[in-house]
Design a protein around this ligand. Sequence first.
Ligand SMILES: NC(=O)C1=CN([C@@H]2O[C@H](COP(=O)(O)OP(=O)(O)OC[C@H]3O[C@@H](n4cnc5c(N)ncnc54)[C@H](OP(=O)(O)O)[C@@H]3O)[C@@H](O)[C@H]2O)C=CC1
Ligand SMILES: O=C(OP(=O)(O)O)[C@H](O)COP(=O)(O)O
Length: 337
Amino acid sequence: MVKVAINGYGTIGKRVADAVALQDDMEVIGVSKTRPNYESKMAVQKGYNLYVGIPEREKSFAEAGIEISGTVDDMIEEADVVVDCTPGNIGPENLKKYQKAGVKAIYQGGEKHTLTGLSFNSFGNYADSLGKDCTRVVSCNTTGLTRSLKPIEDFVGIKKIRAVMVRRGGDPYQVNKGPINAVVPNPPTVPSHHGPDLATVMYGANIVTVALLVPTTLMHQHNLMVELRDDVSVDDIIDVWEKRSRILLLNAKDGLGSTAEFMEYAKELGRSRNDLFEIPIWKESINVVDGELFYMQAVHQESDVVPENIDAIRALLELEENNEKSIAKTNKAMGIL
Ligand SMILES: NC(=O)C1=CN([C@@H]2O[C@H](COP(=O)(O)OP(=O)(O)OC[C@H]3O[C@@H](n4cnc5c(N)ncnc54)[C@H](OP(=O)(O)O)[C@@H]3O)[C@@H](O)[C@H]2O)C=CC1
Ligand SMILES: O=C(OP(=O)(O)O)[C@H](O)COP(=O)(O)O
């Protein structure tokens, strides 16, 4: 069993921890928090060993009556691999610790590609992370783009991609984020970082993205325009996506015409935290006009990258050489469609 530590038990970290716990070839040896709040208490209640992310704060956990197993440095020493789910830009400091301890590391999309020089998507470039010391799972938005675009690239070839990314203002718990009443070009420059980020896992992708922030917390939403290398029909495209996992073709006419309804659908799936690991694509939005594919999709930002983190652990530790086998194993353990 590979020993996995989760550094940062927040939106992504707590989901990755639970997903690791579901696998039969890896185990959670600890999770870290910097604040002794309800999440710290619940991590301990769930049976995870809790470590203090900022060692000087050990006393505050004792004062709150929360049992800890040590500091983050102790946790790193115990691990074969650390999944770093701390907020973006803390990574460079942590990387020194991981390297000193000789432990492998997986970063998230809030860190720059240059930190690791290698990014990861299960469908895009799994093999490139085999046996490596560290990699970076691309962001929720980039993961969503890769999920739907890679099968199209493999099927017919892509000349050019343009995407308009409508991004959620903040996660549901983030009371201090916004906007509350505005549409904000974010960034106000073109391209946004998502296009170049896609090319770190789908090499050679010719893509330009523009991005906006809107007052919603539920999901991101993407609008894609894709120039294809050959003539294909809408049915061909549907057929390609139907054969892939981690993509859902859903119908607006079935009452699923919005991100709010997608999240209601996720609740009906009955998963922990109402997560939607798959990327839902509105089936009615798929069209091919003059060799150009159009479609609209959404991204549950809190959860879509979680299965990719599991596959990234298998790649770094060389538990499975074949990406499709890892994807199938992760899907089965997590009940992913
Ligand atoms: N949320 C999202 O939509 C997505 C986020 N990502 C990326 O995942 C990463 C994590 O994001 P997210 O889960 O949202 O972040 P959160 O803020 O929800 O969680 C961050 C966690 O890291 C801990 N932490 C904070 N500061 C430190 C520190 N100095 N050292 C160690 N741990 C620390 C926090 O502990 P405490 O609360 O105790 O301070 C918390 O448990 C980022 O790179 C982000 O860009 C990727 C895809 C989607
Ligand atoms: O990685 C994300 O988005 P991104 O792909 O737009 O960078 C997550 O949704 C976190 O984004 P945030 O930086 O707005 O918290």
